[in-house]
Design a protein around this ligand. Structure first.
Ligand SMILES: [Mg+2]
Length: 173
């Protein structure tokens, strides 16, 4: 259960303190796509997100998109941004995370994972010892049935973690 706890919780990627990440020795970011960078039904980056990615790049972070979605979806998003990606990643399985690490040439303790799901992004990242960052999903109404089931498990898990004092109500900033 503790493996579902992210190291950091924020509202969106824009709330991540990039200076602090760099200070911690983080040099690469593995990021989820759907409902993390854009809504699950938004095909391309918004101008705000493109600006954020540019800032991330300017600061020297490497970025790989790791998504459980299919090639059509992920490539249409990632190719215009010139970002490497891994599709059909089967998170929380570790294979795609390891592939992303080797693409970046980084170790787990130099890498953050950003995602909106505890059962895929956070669990997979924590298992490998990556710095896990949970964002709030951008558009919950567009999620498929598999994700809806995961959300129910997330609610159950956070309720239990709260009872054990392992999950604070307030988001950390
Ligand atoms: Mg997602």
């Amino acid at each position: 259960m503790e493996r579902l706890i992210p190291r950091l919780r924020v509202s969106s990627v824009h709330d991540i303190d990039l200076d602090k990440l760099a200070e911690q020795g983080i040099r690469g970011i593995i990021t989820d796509l759907d409902n993390t960078l854009v809504g699950a039904k938004v095909p391309e980056a918004t101008p705000e997100l493109a600006a954020w990615l540019k800032e991330v790049d300017r600061r020297g972070f490497k970025v790989v998109i790791v998504s459980n979605n299919d090639h059509t979806r992920v490539s249409r998003f990632a190719v215009p941004l010139d970002l490497p990606f891994i599709h059909a990643a089967r998170k929380p399985a570790q294979r795609a995370f390891r592939q992303a690490l080797s693409l970046m040439g980084l170790k787990p303790d130099q890498t953050a994972v950003i995602g909106d799901q505890m059962l895929t992004d956070v669990l997979g990242g924590n298992r490998l010892g990556l710095f896990t960052i949970l964002v709030q999903p951008i558009a919950i109404q567009d999620e498929g049935w598999g994700t809806r089931i995961n959300r129910r498990i997330e609610r159950y898990a956070t309720a239990r973690l709260k009872r054990r004092g392992l999950w604070q109500e307030e988001e950390k900033r």
